[in-house]
Write a protein that binds this ligand. Sequence first.
Ligand code: ADP
Ligand code: MG
Length: 235
Amino acid sequence: MNDVLKLQEVTLEYPDGVDAAGNPAVLKALDEVTFTAQRGTMTAIVGASGSGKSSLLSVAASLITPTSGTVVVDGTEIQSMSNKQRAALRAEKIGIIFQQPNLLPSLTVVEQLTMVAHMNGLRGAKLKQAKNRAMELLDLVGLEAAANHKAHQLSGGQRQRVNIARALMGTPSLLLADEPTSALDAERSASIVALLARITGEFDLATVMVTHDLEMTDSVDAVVQMADGRATILK
Ligand code: ADP
Ligand code: MG
C-alpha cells in the first residue's frame, strides 16, 4: 500500500472566545483539507504564518483530533483510536521532527537517541540493540564522531541532525517535520533537506515537511499550499 498518510476533508476548529451575541466562537485552522502522501516521496507544506501548517502536521501526527474528516496512517483510521493506541501508533509508525531540536543538555548525542529505550525499561540485549541502531543512525546523518558530545558542543545543523536521527529510532513509515530548517542558514538548510530526501528514499518513508522556503519546493515530489486553513495541491 502506497498511501502512508491520507487526509480526507479534515476540518479543525479551535475555541476562540465568544462572538458579538455571546455564543462560543471558533477559529477554523483547517478547512476540509484533503491530500495523501505516498511511500518514498517527500511533500512540502508551504503557506503564510497562521495558515494552518502546524495544525495539519499535529493532526497527521495524531496529536490533535480533528473536528471532522478522516485521517488514515498506514491503513489505520485514527479518529476511533484511544489515546493509548495513538501513542503506540506514534511510537511505531510516526517520526516527528520539531522546529527546535529540544535536546536535553545533560545527555550525550547517543543518549538522546536511546532515552526512550531507557524510559521503556529496556535492558541487556534489547538495550544493546537500541544503542546499535542509534549508532547506525548517527552514522547515517554524519554524526558518528559526535556520539559522545553534549548538546552545547553541537552546531545548529548538527542538533537538527540529532533530531532527525532520534525521529528514526522507532522505524517510522511516516516522517513529519515542522520547519526543520528555520533556525539554519541557506547552506545548512539545503544540506538538511538533502539529508531528509536521502532518508526518505533509503527507508521508503512518506516525508511531510513544513517549510517557508519556496526554493525547497524544487527538490520535493509534491507541494501543498495552505491559505486560511485550505489546502491547494500545487505539485
Ligand atoms: P502555521 O503553522 O501555518 O503558522 P498554525 O497551524 O500554527 O499555522 O495556526 C493556524 C491558526 O490556528 C492560526 O490562526 C493560529 O492562531 C490558530 N491556532 C493554532 N494553535 C491554536 C491553539 N492551540 N488554540 C487556538 N488557536 C490556535
Ligand atoms: Mg507553524
